[in-house]
Write a protein that binds this ligand. Structure first.
Ligand code: ZN
Ligand code: ZN
Length: 431
């Protein structure tokens, strides 16, 4: 059984089962080179790519003492669970989860683990590159900006691959030495004991910054001082289409920090809509309160009731006599005056919520005025009658919060609820 497992991988690499680590590495380099997708004809590329991954995988397992031990004791089953098929990336997290009941967590900048088939040193600069990390941030926009659309420019400082050394970190013709810390692999692996568990950690080599190579000080590129990247200021443009919504993401592709042998990630802005003083938005629709006087509610009006998000006045004409009388909380729907709908000329609807402002207390000055109002308004309904009548005192500033408060009766006032919520309803009654 032991031999069977071994012979599988050993066949792939073309070494003997007693091959030394150096021999395994040499065989891998040879096999990898001949199978590299960039070294073969177009029509063979797919096959070559699978072969390349298989070879890389075999090497990764045979070369690494811990993985080899997993392999020798469990066979490919130790690595199979998370594989989609031959050549698919293996997630060491899954293996550790199986073997030791724990993973190692995400490694910063490593995308978990380079994978059995994707060690950093194989990131051929001409081959298919791994993608760097995305930079995500929120971006606050006003409702006005979302209504009109917005283009904004900002200066961004990012790392770009050094143009002088093209990311090698060394002077032209200078010979790089293999990084002794990571042995040229660009990543360092450590087995760490956490309690009774063994965990394996892979992280980017700090000494060579993942390249596997280092230069003597005198051979380092003058521009980047061997860092392989330099800072660059760039003016970026962020375009927010009209009608955009909260939570939408605007992607500036490839504008994140560059790393040699990596495709740069994206800068991603997630829109956050600032609350608006006047308008409330729900999808493509807007709503807003409009305040009218009691006289306007009764006699009509023709005036601007609202300034829209683009500064236009919205005029409403309510005609009297014999027209509609407006009441508080009545809703007037204005078709096509909501938010723009992306990629169209359409707009949502605008819902105007009528608020009738009653006159202040004490506004009625004398009996003559009272008589005029009474004459103008409809007469009272016929009075109720009863055998016994008590005239009572009242508190005109009461609220329903006190109704049954503290009585445990669910029908009572919600004294334990939010003050704000409870205060809203009764306030209208006292106005
Ligand atoms: Zn440089
Ligand atoms: Zn290194």
């Amino acid at each position: 059984m032991h031999m069977n497992y071994n012979s599988q991988l050993i066949e792939i690499l073309g070494v003997t089962s007693s091959a030394s680590k150096a021999e395994i590495k040499k065989a891998y380099h040879k096999a990898a080179l001949s199978s590299h997708p960039d070294k073969v004809a177009e029509d063979e590329r797919e096959t070559a790519e699978i072969r390349f991954k298989t070879v890389s995988e075999a090497y990764e397992i045979l070369y690494d003492d811990d993985k080899r031990h997993l392999y020798d004791t469990h066979g490919m089953a130790a690595f199979e669970a998370s594989r989609g098929g031959p050549g698919a990336d293996v997630d060491i997290n899954d293996i550790l989860q199986q073997m030791f009941g724990m993973g190692m967590g995400g490694m910063p900048g490593m995308g978990g683990m380079p994978g059995m088939g994707g060690m950093p040193e194989m990131g051929d600069p001409r081959g298919r590159k791994r993608k760097g990390r995305n930079e995500e941030q929120t971006y606050e926009v006003t409702l006005e900006e979302l209504y009109k659309g917005k283009t904004t420019r900002f200066a961004s400082t990012k790392n770009v691959v050094c143009g002088v050394c093209h990311g090698s970190g060394g002077k032209e013709k200078a010979k790089a030495m293999k990084c002794t810390i990571c042995g040229g692999s660009g990543s360092v692996t450590g087995i760490r004991q956490v309690g009774p568990m063994l965990t394996q950690e892979v992280s980017q080599c700090n000494t060579c910054k993942g390249s596997g190579k280092i230069y003597k000080d005198k051979d380092k590129c003058k521009k980047c001082k061997g860092n392989r990247v330099v800072e660059q200021k760039k003016v970026l443009e962020l375009y927010i289409p009209r009608g955009s919504r909260e939570g939408e993401r605007i992607v500036l592709a490839g504008e994140a920090d560059q790393q040699p042998d990596q495709e740069p990630g994206d800068i991603i802005f997630e829109l956050v809509e600032e609350p608006h003083e006047v308008f409330t938005r729900a999808g493509p629709d807007l709503s807003a309160d409009i305040h009218i006087t009691l006289a306007e509610a009764l006699t009509g009006f023709n005036r601007v009731v609202l300034t829209h998000l683009d500064g236009r006045g919205i005029q409403i004409n309510v005609k009297q006599p014999k027209g509609r009388i407006l009441r508080s909380d009545q809703v007037l729907m204005v078709s096509g005056e909501g938010m723009p709908i992306k990629k169209t000329d359409d707009k949502g609807d605008l819902y105007l919520i009528v608020k009738v402002d009653f006159p202040e207390d004490g506004w009625i000055q004398n009996d003559a005025m009272i008589q005029k109002i009474r004459d103008a308004l409809p007469p009272p309904e016929t009075a109720m009658s009863a055998d016994v009548v008590d005239e009572v005192e009242f508190d005109a500033d009461a609220t329903l919060d006190d109704f049954g408060a503290g009585s445990d009766d669910p029908r009572g006032g919600a004294a334990w609820e939010d003050d704000e919520e409870g205060a809203e309803g009764p306030q209208c009654a006292t106005q």
